[in-house]
Design a protein. Sequence first.
Length: 438
Amino acid sequence: YGTQSVDEHGQLTIGGTSAVTLAKTYGTPLFVYDTALIKERARAFVQTFERAGVQAQVAYASKAFSSIAMYQLAADEGLSLDVVSGGELFTAIRAGYPVERIHFHGNNKSDEELIFALDSAIGCIVVDNFHEIEQLKRLTKYKKVNINILLRVTPGIEAHTHDYITTGQADSKFGFDLHNGQADQAFQSVKDDSYISLLGMHCHIGSQIFDTAAFSLAAKKLIVKMLDWKTKSGFICSVLNLGGGFGIRYTEEDKPLKPEIYVEDMIKSIQLEIGQENYPMPEIWIEPGRSLVGDAGITLYKIGSQKEVPGLTNYLAVDGGMSDNIRPALYQAKYDAAVANKMNFDSTTTYTVAGKCCESGDKLIEKISLPKVEAGDTLAIFCTGAYGYSMASNYNRLPRPAVIFVEQGQHRIVIKRETYEDLVRLDCSLQGENMGMQ
Ligand code: LLP
């Protein structure tokens, strides 16, 4: 992947630096992001729209990996930003993100979060439900501020990898149903509001999607609704946001398309539907998360204990686990790995990679063929850049790992490793004077 290679010592290099050196310098577990790859992916999305001459915003879905440095990188690449909580918004603002390019998502935004968004004058709020419409009407009127919104709709398509299912009505906690009148009711409720400017519609149909058909179908369904609103009310949608979900290659079994192909096909199908009806081409917005940062991230671990269950399994244990990567335990997600200091050794042994958490299910990879390992070896697990650190926890009071960026032989820390002191920082003792304190 990306700028990974093997040096003359048979060691894995990432962005021009030996993984073993990085592990020694920063400790393990360590998240390493190859920023050249993030930029390459970002540019592929952005430039495909530019080449097609289509107005667009590529918004980084920052739930995949959120940090000040990542936000600064995304801003430099000209990306817009999708945030889903006051915490992500706070981080983005602290990073100096251009507020007009921030879009705020979520199915249960609090008044405090909406006030924060309005006070920060962010670019757009993606409105999810009727409660939120009432909140926004009340808050914008009180504050006398305008806000751009999209209405999030559920088109009844659920896509995952190669398959998608379409249903008249999706059983989803997100958005206004497109087919049972909810979307129309939401539209009626906001279209003439004096403080709320409706820009258009949003949908997100799933994650880790490998083909373009589901996106085309979603676009088609939304455009039918856009045409309907134009006919009935003369309203023209200026933005059509088709969400994220573009797949990446975790293991050899995964066969995703290039960013360019997803975007080109999306543009084609929208132009086709719109062109037939003489509707002005809306801006197209997308929200890739995983496909911008997923395969740019690698986790380095130190191998410790081993256990053989004769005839069944060779366990090797690493110094992290489900606390820094919940995805195998939560979604049966598959990963590929290599022993970073033994890249030229033959793979002779089948291992199951276990974590150090007190749970039998804490396994990062089941049955992978690797060179024979010993304590102290460095294990690199690939493609951990999306929903790894961002879903990390302090389970078993394990400190969260450090995160570094590498590029062209340079490396820098972007999130420090947690310390034991950090772990107890918010704890309140039963001894002392803190009774009733908040
Ligand atoms: N836009 C919306 C409204 C979303 O809900 C999501 C992801 C995205 C964009 C970005 O999707 P992506 O391009 O990253 O697939 N934790 C799970 C993934 C949850 C995705 C939630 N929404 C995992 O680790 O696979």
